[in-house]
Design a protein around this ligand. Structure first.
Ligand code: ATP
Length: 302
């Protein structure tokens, strides 16, 4: 959601500027019917967004037609390899807009972490440009544009609890989550999603019961929701990254109701019904892992 409109006025030519938030996503459930080697990947995922977010300043001008992306993290690509750049390019093409677009990203979401940071930045750019130019693309149209960038972008355009299927483009809204808190911990390693997917052997995949997870969310049953969380990629990632299981065990020992890897990892989250419990988990993990966040789910999209 747009949190602050700095300026929307005419200066030299038309200049518009907005600051928006792009929240991280988490997979409460992740399944895929077969390994990458067997062909096109299909997903069956339950996704939520949480209030750990990047801030994007998006400025447009009629004075030129360049796209520029800057970030406060030197290691992020700034040119057309940045997903925010790709979103601006896809939008300009679809909306037949010639203006220049400059994006400054203040990065808070850990990168290559299974938290969809790049996809969320791209989704925020699509939604915000749609709003700034009043192009009136529907959510469905924005999701289709998003799929050209990455399989997680359609979900991030939607940004509320959803079942995500197909290549990431089929979004089925779910009920808001039962009240809960999440402790998110990113170990000091990064995992390339593509590399991990390429390494998966078909018989290594364990398939969580996503339908039972959905039923629990739809009926607001917190205990069943936690009991049916699952991620088919977790065991595969944990083979090379023992941090995943170590973090999970620590979180459960500190009192989390459940703990799981998000996306293709290595980030692990612990889920708690009580804030006091979540604080205890946060404290016990922060002495051990540098990037730890205590967050709540959000109902709003990018
Ligand atoms: P997913 O779970 O969707 O695979 P992730 O959280 O594992 O995502 P990202 O943080 O989105 O991974 O980054 C994946 C890759 O995308 C990194 O190599 C990163 O350099 C690149 N990237 C491009 N643009 C961005 C961006 N705006 N923010 C973060 N990473 C970006």
């Amino acid at each position: 959601s747009i949190i602050l409109v700095i300026k929307s006025s005419e200066v030299e030519g038309m200049v518009m500027k907005r600051i928006v938030r792009a929240p991280a996503k988490i997979n409460l459930g992740l399944d895929t019917p077969h390994a990458y080697a067997r062909g096109v990947l299909e997903w069956k995922m339950v996704m939520i967004s949480v209030d750990l977010a990047d801030d994007l300043q998006i400025e447009t001008t009629s004075a030129n037609s360049h796209i520029q992306v800057f970030s406060d993290k030197g290691f992020l690509p700034e040119g057309n390899r940045n997903l925010a750049y790709q979103a601006a390019r896809v939008f300009k093409h679809a909306a037949q807009i010639d203006d220049g677009i400059t994006i400054h990203i203040q990065k808070r979401i850990p990168v290559s972490a299974g938290l969809g940071g790049g996809s969320s930045d791209a989704a925020a750019v699509l939604r915000t440009l749609n709003d700034m130019y009043q192009t009136n693309f529907s959510d469905r149209q924005l999701e289709e544009l998003g799929l050209k960038i990455d399989s997680d972008v359609p979900y991030c355009v939607y940004g509320k609890p959803a079942l995500v299927t197909g290549k990431g483009d089929q979004i089925t809204p779910l009920q808001p989550l039962p009240a809960c808190w999440l402790v998110i911990a990113k170990p000091g390693v990064s995992i390339s999603t593509l590399k991990l997917l390429r390494s998966v052997k078909h018989d290594e995949l364990s398939h969580p019961n996503i339908d039972a997870l959905i039923a629990a969310i739809q009926t607001g049953n917190y205990e069943q929701m936690v009991a049916n969380m699952g991620n088919a990629l977790e065991a595969v990632a944990a083979k090379n990254h023992p941090e995943v299981n170590i973090l999970k065990e620590r979180m459960l020992k500190a009192g989390a109701d459940g703990a799981q890897m998000s996306g293709s990892g290595p980030t692990v989250f612990g889920i708690c019904r009580q804030l006091s419990r979540a604080k205890r988990v946060y404290n016990s993990i922060s002495g051990f892992c540098r990037e730890v966040y205590l967050v709540a789910p959000v109902g709003e999209g990018a």
